[in-house]
Design a protein around this ligand. Structure first.
Ligand SMILES: Nc1ncnc2c1ncn2[C@@H]1O[C@H](COP(=O)(O)OP(=O)(O)OP(=O)(O)O)[C@@H](O)[C@H]1O
Ligand SMILES: [Mg+2]
Length: 262
């Protein structure tokens, strides 16, 4: 039976030295839905996303992808599960020495060796078109294109292997509002056209409200609030409200454990 949860995270904890970055994180993302993780800088968002890909291993807790626990996998089994996921990194993380087309084709060359070179390049071109990039970008190197274009190349690379799950680390940060909205459209298109499950980290509340089925607020390594966009918009949690509305209503919240909502 195919599980209805694409991503399951249970009791995930991670510390770096004395710093406890993730504390008993538990949530799951149903197949075909888009969940956003919001939270301030340094709250553990990127670390959490890296655990989903198993680019990091937890101290405690588990991650399941399509019902399969990834912590115990290695070699070809781990590669097989990783291929179900595409990741758009916070800093695009494109290979500087490759053209944009080669960047997008790279995963296909690595994992789909049976496909002829020309077909792979055609597939990569198709992905660049899908994210709305012009033909002129294909032969350019990442250093020769704008930040917004790099984000799009990063998305094209993430979707190249047609993954069922997409992980985005701040896909709209640093983009102007029009470009940010177009990236949101792209994320929603992936969901609608390809039925992908998405986990998106963002600071951008406009984006979170637009694309999310559910929003999780990460604060000091814990999920402090989880709700629909409407529940987040009307929250009475002072810290979340401050984050969402960029202002405080009433007294300035004290950033201490006493204010934590159980
Ligand atoms: N490999 C690592 N080794 C040690 N500490 C790390 C490592 N990766 C992250 N950290 C620490 O974990 C904390 C959370 O980092 P993380 O990158 O997840 O933050 P974030 O919520 O993504 O922040 P931002 O919004 O600024 O990207 C930070 O204090 C960071 O310094
Ligand atoms: Mg981050």
């Amino acid at each position: 039976m195919v599980p209805t949860e694409s991503i399951v995270i249970e009791g995930l904890s991670k510390r770096f030295g004395l710093q406890e970055v993730l504390k008993e994180i538990t949530f799951s993302v149903p197949k075909g839905q888009t969940y956003c993780i919001i939270g301030g800088s340094g709250q553990g968002k990127s670390v959490l996303l890296k655990h989903v890909m198993r680019l990091m291993s937890p101290d405690r807790g588990i991650v399941k992808i399509d019902g399969e626990e990834i912590g115990t996998l290695s070699g070809e089994d781990l590669s097989r599960v990783r291929r179900k996921m595409g990741m758009v990194f916070q800093e695009s993380a494109l290979f500087d020495s490759m053209t944009c087309l080669e960047n997008v084709a790279f995963g296909l060359f690595m994992h789909r060796r049976e496909i002829p070179r020309k077909t792979i390049l055609d597939l990569a071109r198709e992905k660049l078109r899908m994210v709305g990039l012009p033909v002129s970008v294909e032969e350019k190197f990442p250093s020769q294109i704008s930040g917004g274009m790099k984000k799009r190349v990063g998305i094209a690379r993430a979707i190249a292997l047609a993954p069922g799950i997409l992980l985005y680390d701040e896909p709209t940060t640093g983009l102007d509002p029009v470009l940010a909205a177009s990236i949101d459209e792209l994320i929603m298109k992936m969901k609608k056209d390809l039925g992908v499950t998405s986990l998106v980290i963002t600071h951008d509340m406009n984006s979170a409200f637009r694309i999310s089925d559910r929003i999780l607020f990460l604060y000091r390594g814990e999920i402090r609030f989880s709700g629909t966009p409407e529940e987040v918009r009307t929250t009475s949690d002072p810290l979340l409200s401050q984050f969402v509305h960029g202002e405080t209503r009433g007294p300035i919240p004290v950033l201490s454990d006493e204010t934590r909502v159980s």
